[in-house]
Design a protein around this ligand. Sequence first.
Ligand code: TMP
Length: 211
Amino acid sequence: MNANKRGALIVFEGCDRCGKTTQNRQLFELLTGKGVDTMQTNFPDRSTAIGNVINHYLQNNQELSDEVIHLLFSANRWERMNSIKKDLLAGTTVICDRYAYSGVAYSVAKGLDFNWCWAPEIGLLKPDAVFYLKATPDELTTRGNYGEERYEKLDFQRKVGQIFDRFSEKDSSYWHTFEASKSQQELHAQIAIVAEKIVMQSAEKPLGKLA
Ligand code: TMP
């Protein structure tokens, strides 16, 4: 890719076990195969000190208040922003598994206020596209090892899905919704078409910030 052109920030969002990670990997392989400089990342990033606390919390080994864990998830994004920005400006497309929207959806599903939850996300890099893998949570409970992590409970995931739906309506200019129940290949084919367009279009645009 031309060094003057920036990479695209593409985010995958959806409920637990909706297939994001597989689609993220397949998109990475496709773009890389086409010569697009691409990297994958994910939130929470469990490799940092903050990520380590989040990991303990998710595995039910540590209790934290809903407010504290919310702010830690957000801080975990902030601690990665400079390096992601650097990669994007160097022309690397970044495909990210979960982002600020998960941060808000999971905390609002617990009962926290939407605006309070969104506030710490303001100023983070704005994705060029969010690929929302929309699923009926009832279908997801049949996927392997479901229920092991803290949030893998049906009622809770239904609430989370509703918040993602709300984002997809509100931010429809850059949210793209895909039916997670489709076959892996079908989903990948649909995502690939949109992703290639986004990569081309983003190259010419300045990076935005969440507002
Ligand atoms: P993962 O399964 O994609 O690694 O995400 C771990 C869990 O953390 C998942 O249930 C979603 C949740 N989560 C939040 O509650 N807030 C956040 O900001 C993020 C990124 C994830």
